[in-house]
Design a protein. Structure first.
Length: 106
């Protein structure tokens, strides 16, 4: 499985996207904080966090007895650059060219 595959797999699940959103709002959360608004077991949340860590989207660091989870946006940026940006650029260029043509004829 490639790195891109791991990121797409991780992002495919709504619970994992929710966890990423929570970390985006405030980084460095404990498992207890992350599970507080989810209706699933602690073990279930841990499994989701493991998938996110395997994809490189979350980095965990120990702080004393706590394990803090941090968002790593780099893999999402790499997906954007590889899979999204190149497809939107052509459309934007086409719209710019159309605008120029319409302004010249109008």
């Amino acid at each position: 499985m490639t790195d891109d595959d791991r990121v797409f797999k991780a992002l495919a699940d709504p619970t994992r996207r929710h966890l990423l959103d929570r970390l985006f709002v405030r980084d460095g959360r404990t498992l207890t904080e992350l599970e507080s608004d989810l209706e699933m077991t602690r073990f279930g949340v841990m499994k989701h966090l493991r998938v996110l860590e395997d994809a490189g989207l979350v980095v965990a660091r120990r702080s004393g007895r706590e394990k803090l989870h941090y968002l790593n946006p780099v893999p999402i940026r790499l997906i954007h650059d590889r899979w999204i940006d190149k497809y939107t650029e052509r459309r934007v260029s086409a719209l710019t060219e159309l605008k120029k043509e319409l302004e010249q004829t109008g």
